[in-house]
Ligand binder design. Structure first.
Ligand SMILES: *[C@@H]1O[C@H](CO)[C@@H](O)[C@H](O)[C@H]1NC(C)=O
Ligand SMILES: *[C@@H]1O[C@H](CO)[C@@H](O)[C@H](O)[C@H]1NC(C)=O
Ligand SMILES: *[C@@H]1O[C@H](CO)[C@@H](O)[C@H](O)[C@H]1NC(C)=O
Length: 978
C-alpha cells in the first residue's frame, strides 16, 4: 500500500516536472523573438504578451505560425518600435512575411538581410532607415513584395536588383535615392508594380529597358527628375493600368502609337512636364481610361474628340496652350465628375449637355475665351460643388435651376458678360462659401433669400448693376468675412444689421447710392479691417465708436455728406488709409492727423479748421477754457499717480532684492565657455530692456560689462507651474523650461540659436542666449517696423539657413529632434541676417516617444502652421515640422502672414494654391520683390513651399532634400553674395 502510494507520488512528481519542463522551455524561435524584442524600444506593455512562459511564440502579438509551430509571419506595423533593424529575425527558418512599417527603425539595412532567405513579403515602409539599398536584397529569391517607401535610403539602386526572379511589387518612393533610374530594373520581368516617386535621382532619361516589363500594371515615377521623351518601347506595356510620370522634366511629343497600345490603362498622369505638340489621336482603344491629366505642359492644338468620347471621370488639361472648341462629346460620359481646362485658349461655348449624363462636381474653365451661355444641366445630378468660369466672355444669365443646387460650394463667375437677375434662391444656397460675381452686368436686387447662405464667407458682387436696398438678412450670415459690393446701384439705408456679422473683415460698399448714417454698434465688428463707403449719400456724424475697432486699418468715408466733428477716437486706429475728404465735417482735425501725411485725408470739408483757415476762432475761446480746466485736472491726477508709483516702487524693490538674492546664490549651468559672469545678468532684467514677450515669458536684451550682448528669457512663474499641472502627465512630462534646456544645451550648429547658460530655481527660471540683433523673421516680414526691406537674395539665404538648422535637427542630431513649433517668429536673424532656429520649448526628442503614448497627445504648434494630419493622427513626426517650414517659405515668397483677413477663409497654403490656379504666379509673389529678375528662383522656392505643405505627409520632401535644392539655387542666384 505504502509502496503504491510512493510510486504514485513519484510518478506524479515526474509528471509535474515534465509538465513544468514543457511550459518553462520556450522554443528556439521564441528565444530569437525575445532577443529581437530586447534589441528594440517599444511603447510600455506593447509586447507584454511575448512571455517566456509560453512554449511557442505562436500566440504572441504580431506572430503567426504554420502547423509545425514555426513562425511564418511577423507583422508589427505602427507600433512605435525604434532601434536598429533586428537582423536576428532572419534566423527564423520559415519566416516568409515581415512587416515593420510605420515604426522608427533608424539603422541602415545590413547586407546580411539576404539570410532571411524565405521571405516573400518585406514591408519596412515609413521608418527612418538610412544608408544605401543592400545589393544583396536580390538574393531573396522568393521575394514578391518589397516596400521601403518613406525612409532615408540614399545612393543608387543596385544593378543586382535586375536579378530578382519573382518580384512583383517594388516600392522605393519618398527616399533620398540619388543615383539614376536604372535600366537594370527592366530585367525584373515579373514586376507588376514599380513605384520610385519622390526621390532626388540625378537627371535621367526614362530607360527604354522598362519597356521589357510586359507584366507591369502600375508605373509611378512622379518627381524623379526624369528628362527627355517617353521611349517608344513603352508601347509594349499593354497591361499598364496606371501610368504616373507627373512633375518631371519630360519633353517631346506624345506619340499616337504609344498611346494607342495602352489598352488596359485606367489612369494617365503627365502633369507638370514640358510635353509639346498636339495631343495625338489613337484614343479609341483605351476603353478603360477614366482619368487623364496632362495639365501644366506646353501642349498645343485642339482637344481630340476621340479622347472626349471615352467614359472619362476626370479630364485635366489646364495651363497649356490648347485652342479650338471643347468637344461636345465630353458631356456624354456617364462618369465625368471633374473638368479642369483653365488657362488655355479655348473658344466657343461650353458643351450644352454638360452635367446631364454624369454627377459633375467640378468645372473650372477660367482664363479662356469661351462665349455663349452657362449650360442648364450642370447640377442636374445634384453633385456640382465648384463652378469656376472666371475671365471668359460668357453671356446670358444664371440658369434658374442652379438656384436648387444645394451642393454648390464655390461659385466664381468674375469677369464675364453675364447679365440679368440672379435667381432668388441662388443667393441662399446653404453650402456656398464663395460667391464671386465681380465685374459682370448682373442687375436686380440682392434677394431676401440670402439668409439661407449660412456658409457664405466671401460675397463679391462689385462692378455690376445691382440695385435696390441691401436686405437686412445679410446680418444673419455669421460666417461672412468679406462683403464687397462696390460699383453698383444699391440704394436705401446702410443696413443696420451688418453690425451683427462678427467675422466681417472687409466691407466695401463704395460707389453706390446708399443714404442714412453709419449704424449704431459698429464697434462690435472686432475683425473689421477695411471699411469703404466712399461715394454714397451717407450722412450724420461719424460714430465715435469707429475708433474702437481694434484691427481697422483702411477707412474711406469720402464723398458723402457726413457732418459734425471728426471723433478724436480715430487716433486710436493704426490706419494705412484714411480718407474723409469731400464731406461736410467741421471742427478741429485731431492733433495726430494734423500733419503732412494726412493732408489729402481731409480735403473738401469747408467747415474743417486747418492752419491756413481762420474759421474756427469763435469756437476756439470756448476751447481754451475747457483746455485750462483739463490741464489743472491733469496736474492733480499726475501728482497722485506720482505718489502711488513711489509707493509701488518701494514695494517692488523689496521684492526684487529678495529675488536677486535667490537667483544669485543658486547654481547656474553653463553650456559653453563664458566670457562673462552669470551674476551680472539678473541685475539687468529691467522693463526698459524688454525686447520681446511670448506666451511663456519676457525676453530682455542685456549688455554686460565686458561689452557683450546677450538675450535673456525669463519664464513667467505662472507659465511653468501651470504647464506642469495642466499636462497632468506626472514626471514623464517635462515643463517647457527643461525641454528647452535639455535639447538646446547640447546642440551646436550655426543655424540654431546658442544657449549660453541657464539658471534654474524655484522662483526664477532664466535662459541666456546669444543675442540676435535683427529680431525675428516674422517681425521683419509682417511687423510694423518695416525698417529693412528683405530683398530676394536675403530671403533665399534665410530660407536656406533655417532649412539647414531644421535638417540638422531631423537628420544629424542624435537622437533626432522634432521642433514642433516652426514659425517665422521662431526664426531669428543675426547682424548679417543669417537665420537661426530658436524656441525649443515644445521640441520633442524623437526617441522619447517610447516613453508613453500620453505624452504625444499634447498638441503643439502655432495657429496657421499646424499640419493638417494633426486632425487625425497625433503621431509626432518630422513631417509636421516640414509642413510648418513650408508655411514659412510661403511667407517669404508672398510676404503675407500665415493667417490674415486678406486670405479670406483660407490658410496661406490654400490661398497660394487657389491664387496660383486662378490668377497666376504674379498675384502670389510679394510685390516688394524683384520678380522679373529672380523669376526662376522665386518659382523654384515657391514649388518647395508647396511641396512642403502637401496635405499628405508622404509627399513632403525631407529637410535634407530641401537643403539640397536651396543650395543649388543659392549657388546660381545672381548677386547672392553682394
Ligand atoms: C494559443 O491560445 C489558445 C487559447 O488561448 C490555446 O488553445 C492554444 O493552445 C494556444 N496555442 C499555443 C501554440 O500556445
Ligand atoms: C547621395 O547622397 C549621399 C548621402 O547624402 C551622399 O553621400 C552622396 O554623395 C550622394 N551621391 C550623389 C551622386 O549625389
Ligand atoms: C530589354 O530592352 C532593351 C531595350 O529596349 C533590349 O535591347 C533588350 O534586348 C531587352 N531585353 C530582354 C531580355 O528582352
Amino acid at each position: 500500500m505504502q509502496l503504491k502510494t510512493s510510486v504514485f507520488l513519484f510518478l506524479l512528481l515526474l509528471y509535474t516536472l515534465h509538465f513544468n519542463y514543457i511550459s518553462l522551455a520556450l522554443n528556439q524561435e521564441g528565444l530569437y523573438l525575445q532577443s529581437v524584442r530586447l534589441s528594440l524600444s517599444e511603447p510600455p506593455g506593447f509586447l507584454s504578451d511575448w512571455s517566456d512562459r509560453d512554449a511557442t511564440p505562436c500566440n504572441w502579438t504580431g506572430v503567426t505560425c504554420n502547423r509545425r509551430y514555426s513562425v511564418v509571419s511577423l507583422i508589427l506595423s505602427g507600433a512605435s518600435l525604434s532601434g536598429s533593424f533586428p537582423i536576428t529575425l532572419c534566423r527564423l527558418p520559415s519566416l516568409s512575411k515581415l512587416s515593420l512599417s510605420s515604426n522608427s527603425i533608424n539603422s541602415s539595412l545590413p547586407l546580411s538581410i539576404s539570410s532571411c532567405r524565405n521571405l516573400t513579403y518585406l514591408d519596412l515602409s515609413q521608418n527612418f532607415i538610412v544608408g544605401p539599398l543592400p545589393s544583396t536584397l536580390s538574393d531573396l529569391h522568393f521575394l514578391r513584395y518589397l516596400n521601403l517607401e518613406g525612409n532615408y535610403l540614399s545612393g543608387a539602386i543596385p544593378a543586382t536588383f535586375g536579378l530578382f526572379p519573382q518580384l512583383e511589387v517594388l516600392v522605393l518612393a519618398d527616399n533620398l535615392l540619388n543615383g539614376t533610374v536604372s535600366g537594370a530594373l527592366g530585367n525584373i520581368t515579373s514586376l507588376k508594380k514599380l513605384v520610385l516617386a519622390y526621390n532626388p535621382f540625378l537627371p535621367t532619361h526614362l530607360p527604354p529597358e522598362l519597356g521589357n516589363l510586359t507584366n507591369l500594371e502600375e508605373l509611378w515615377l512622379t518627381d524623379c527628375h526624369l528628362v527627355g521623351p517617353i521611349p517608344h518601347t513603352f508601347n509594349t506595356l499593354s497591361r499598364l493600368k496606371n501610368l504616373d510620370l507627373a512633375t518631371n522634366r519630360l519633353t517631346g511629343l506624345l506619340i499616337p502609337t504609344l498611346i494607342s497600345q495602352l489598352k488596359s490603362i485606367v489612369q494617365i498622369e503627365l502633369y507638370n512636364n514640358s510635353f509639346t505638340g498636339n495631343l495625338p489621336g489613337g484614343w479609341s482603344n483605351l476603353t478603360e481610361l477614366r482619368r487623364f491629366d496632362a495639365s501644366m505642359n506646353e501642349l498645343t492644338g485642339t482637344i481630340p474628340n476621340e479622347l472626349c468620347e471615352l467614359p472619362l471621370e476626370s479630364l485635366n488639361l489646364f495651363e497649356n496652350q490648347l485652342e479650338g472648341l471643347i468637344p461636345e462629346s465630353i458631356a456624354n460620359s456617364p462618369n465625368l465628375h471633374e473638368l479642369k481646362l483653365f488657362g488655355n485658349r479655348l473658344v466657343g461655348s461650353l458643351p450644352s449637355q454638360l452635367g446631364k449624363n454624369s454627377a459633375l462636381q467640378i468645372i473650372d474653365v477660367t482664363n479662356n475665351n469661351l462665349s455663349g451661355e452657362i449650360p442648364q444641366f450642370l447640377c442636374q445630378n445634384g453633385a456640382l460643388e465648384d463652378l469656376v468660369l472666371l475671365n471668359n466672355a460668357l453671356s446670358g444669365s444664371i440658369p434658374v435651376n442652379l438656384g436648387k443646387c444645394h451642393t454648390l460650394q464655390r461659385v466664381r463667375l468674375q469677369g464675364n458678360r453675364l447679365y440679368g437677375e440672379i435667381p432668388a434662391q441662388f443667393w441662399g444656397l446653404p453650402n456656398v462659401y464663395l460667391l464671386d460675381l465681380y465685374e459682370n452686368e448682373f442687375s436686380g436686387n440682392i434677394s431676401h433669400f440670402i439668409y439661407g447662405a449660412k456658409n457664405l464667407s466671401t460675397l463679391a458682387i462689385s462692378k455690376n448693376k445691382f440695385s435696390g436696398s441691401i436686405p437686412s438678412e445679410i446680418g444673419s450670415l455669421d460666417q461672412l468675412v468679406e462683403f464687397l459690393a462696390d460699383g453698383n446701384e444699391l440704394s436705401g439705408e446702410f443696413p443696420s444689421t451688418i453690425v451683427n456679422i462678427e467675422q466681417l473683415g472687409r466691407l466695401d460698399l463704395s460707389n453706390n447710392d446708399l443714404s442714412g448714417g453709419i449704424p449704431k454698434g459698429i464697434q462690435s465688428l472686432k475683425q473689421l479691417n477695411e471699411l469703404n463707403v466712399a461715394n454714397n449719400r451717407l450722412s450724420g456724424d461719424i460714430p465715435v465708436e469707429i475708433g474702437n475697432l481694434p484691427v481697422l486699418n483702411y477707412l474711406d468715408l469720402s464723398h458723402n455728406n457726413f457732418s459734425g466733428e471728426i471723433p478724436v477716437s480715430l487716433q486710436n486706429l493704426k490706419l494705412n488709409k484714411l480718407n474723409l475728404s469731400s464731406n461736410c465735417l467741421s471742427g478741429d482735425i485731431p492733433p495726430l492727423f494734423a500733419n503732412e501725411v494726412y493732408r489729402d485725408s481731409f480735403l473738401g470739408n469747408p467747415g474743417l479748421c486747418t492752419n491756413d483757415s481762420g474759421i474756427c476762432n469763435h469756437k476756439g475761446r470756448n476751447k481754451i477754457r475747457v483746455f485750462s480746466w483739463a490741464l489743472r485736472s491733469i496736474f492733480v491726477i499726475a501728482g497722485v499717480m506720482f505718489l502711488l508709483s513711489i509707493a509701488w516702487f518701494l514695494f517692488k524693490y523689496k521684492k526684487l532684492k529678495k529675488l536677486n538674492k535667490n537667483t544669485t546664490i543658486t547654481k547656474w549651468t553653463s553650456f559653453h565657455k563664458l566670457g562673462f559672469s552669470e551674476f551680472e545678468i539678473t541685475d539687468s532684467l529691467k522693463e526698459a530692456n524688454v525686447i520681446g514677450r511670448g506666451a511663456s515669458g519676457k525676453v530682455y536684451k542685456v549688455v554686460l560689462s565686458n561689452g557683450e550682448t546677450v538675450a535673456v528669457k525669463k519664464l513667467h512663474e505662472r507659465h511653468y507651474k501651470d504647464e506642469n499641472n495642466s499636462n497632468g502627465g506626472g514626471d514623464s512630462v517635462k515643463d517647457a523650461f527643461e525641454v528647452e534646456v535639455d535639447t538646446l544645451g547640447k546642440i551646436r550648429h550655426k543655424n540654431i540659436v546658442r544657449l549660453w547658460c541657464c539658471c534654474n530655481t524655484e522662483s526664477c527660471k532664466l535662459l541666456v542666449y546669444e543675442y540676435m540683433p535683427n529680431g525675428s523673421l516674422g517681425d521683419l516680414l509682417h511687423g510694423n517696423s518695416k525698417c529693412k526691406l528683405l530683398d530676394w537674395p536675403m530671403r533665399l539665404r534665410i530660407a536656406l539657413d533655417a532649412a539647414e538648422g531644421l535638417s540638422y535637427l531631423h537628420h544629424d542630431s542624435v537622437p533626432p529632434i522634432v521642433h514642433r513649433d516652426v514659425k517665422s517668429n521662431n526664426i531669428l536673424l543675426d547682424e548679417d541676417f543669417g537665420a537661426k532656429i530658436s524656441d525649443f520649448g515644445v521640441a520633442k526628442v524623437v526617441k522619447a516617444v517610447k516613453k508613453g503614448v500620453e505624452s504625444m497627445s499634447v498638441i503643439a504648434g502655432s495657429c496657421g502652421y499646424i499640419a493638417p494630419e494633426y486632425a487625425y493622427t497625433l503621431r509626432v513626426n518630422e513631417k509636421s515640422d516640414i509642413y510648418s517650414f513650408g508655411i514659412v517659405i510661403l511667407e517669404l515668397v508672398t510676404g503675407k502672414p500665415p493667417i490674415d483677413g486678406e486670405l479670406g477663409d483660407k490658410d496661406l497654403a490654400g490661398w497660394v494654391c487657389t491664387t496660383l490656379d486662378q490668377k497666376g504666379i504674379n498675384e502670389v509673389v510679394d510685390p516688394k520683390l524683384d520678380s522679373t529678375r529672380f523669376k526662376r528662383e522665386i518659382c523654384r522656392v515657391l514649388d518647395i513651399g508647396l511641396l512642403c505643405t502637401s496635405t499628405l505627409p508622404i509627399n513632403r520632401p525631407s529637410m535634407r532634400r530641401v537643403v539640397n535644392t536651396l543650395q543649388e539655387l543659392v549657388a546660381t542666384t545672381p548677386l547672392m553674395d553682394a
